[in-house]
Ligand binder design. Structure first.
Ligand code: ATP
Length: 372
């Protein structure tokens, strides 16, 4: 019995998670997978009533779960950033979910490429370091000296910028940090992940020809790990990778990308597989509580209308099942999604006429029919 936290959140999060749970319930009917799901009232409604975002009590309860099934967060009644930072980013930080896993699969005919070649790229985006640590500041005549705050420790850096300081100007900067520990655990996960998929190669994306310090160290550690695992390591610059994803996506399997570039490339990937409604993602801590969610947000423009495509949430459920030791059941959800696409049982964003719940039911029905 798996203990799952169910966090529908805001907007279409509520609708797609309800559909995803219909599908998970169907899986319990036909396999050994079983779960109890505790519903967490985390989101804008509660925040507007009580001022609470992610409370200590929430965290204590979530810690006891095997995994979190998450919808979406964000509401037009709340200032942008408050829900995202106070819930989603805090959750990823508290549970140290240092891998963001995003598969990019060719769901024909949704692929907007000329060549019909099947592909299955699995992006592993590092989720905690790089340029996303808020390590920056401003200095110069308007701001005085600069103090740099990194996490909870205060460092003061002497920065020797190669610029003409006369007349004095104002500067703003953002620093990317990678730690040996952070890179090492990222590389370990990437090689193990590729191995588990039966591959012999990891592609590492960076910009080591320009950001030589951070990505130089990353290359060195990944190379050591490649030797250790006896696997191949391919280096790609991020600009070349953006082109290669369009021209030859079928040549990639497991792709490790640092935080900032991962953010950008995975959105490109989302479009390659048919848009926001088709992407599931996992925020993974291999030794802790992981969280699975659709890549889209709360989409307030279509919330409450039954228009949301639940496939992204179902693919997130597939990843949850695989992560929790039920890969065959996960594959069944993949096949079920293929089935609804082939039979046109889809929401309007994919050209269909069904409502969110109806697509969920169609996927669940396919699963139930797999009972031997
Ligand atoms: P966030 O900043 O949280 O990502 P956002 O509003 O910028 O939120 P999304 O909520 O992801 O972005 O969605 C952008 C648009 O894409 C929505 O307004 C909606 O029209 C469409 N969209 C997103 N998800 C879905 C879905 N599951 N089904 C159908 N359309 C969707």
């Amino acid at each position: 019995m798996k203990h799952l936290a169910i966090v529908p959140g805001d907007g279409i999060g509520k609708e797609v998670i309800a559909a995803g749970m219909d599908v998970l319930d169907a899986v319990t009917e036909i396999s050994t997978f079983d779960y109890d799901g505790e519903l967490f009232d985390i989101g804008a409604d509660r925040y507007l009533k009580t001022g609470e975002l992610l409370t200590d009590e929430d965290i204590e309860s979530l810690k006891k779960k095997d995994a979190i099934y998450f919808g979406a967060i964000g509401d037009p009644r709340v200032k942008p950033g408050i829900m995202e930072q106070g819930v989603l980013l805090k959750m990823r930080a508290v549970f140290d979910q240092y891998i963001n896993l995003r598969p990019v699969t060719s769901w024909f005919p949704l692929v907007p490429l000329k060549r019909e070649v099947p592909f299955d790229m699995h992006f592993l985006r590092e989720n905690t370091e790089d340029f996303y640590m808020g390590a920056g500041g401003e200095f110069g005549p308007s701001n005085g000296d600069c103090k740099l705050k990194v996490k909870r420790e205060l460092y003061t850096l002497d920065i020797d910028l190669n610029v003409d300081a006369e007349p004095k100007d104002d500067f703003a900067f953002e620093i990317g940090f990678l730690s040996r520990k952070g890179i090492t655990r990222f590389a370990d996960y990437a090689f193990k992940y590729a191995q588990a998929r039966g591959e012999d190669k990891v592609t590492l994306v960076d910009k080591a020809n320009v950001c030589t310090h951070v990505y130089g160290m990353q290359r060195e550690i990944f190379q050591q790990k490649a030797d250790e695992y006896g696997m191949k390591l391919e280096f790609m610059f991020v600009d070349a990778m953006a082109m290669a994803m369009i021209v030859r996506p079928e040549t990639f399997g497991t792709i490790a990308v640092p935080n900032l570039f991962g953010d950008i490339l995975t959105d490109l990937g989302a479009q390659l597989q048919g848009g926001l409604g088709m992407g599931g993602s996992g925020n993974i801590n291999p030794h802790g509580v992981s969280m699975f969610e659709p890549i889209h947000g709360s989409a307030p423009d279509i919330a409450g209308q039954g228009k949301a495509n639940p496939i992204a949430a179902v693919l997130a459920a597939q990843m949850l099942l695989t992560n929790q030791g039920y890969p065959e059941e996960g594959q069944m959800l993949h096949d079920a999604v293929r089935h609804v696409l082939d039979t046109g049982k889809t929401t309007p964003d994919l050209g269909g006429k069904l409502k969110t719940a109806e697509v969920g039911k169609a996927i669940a029905e396919y699963v139930l029919n797999q009972k031997r």
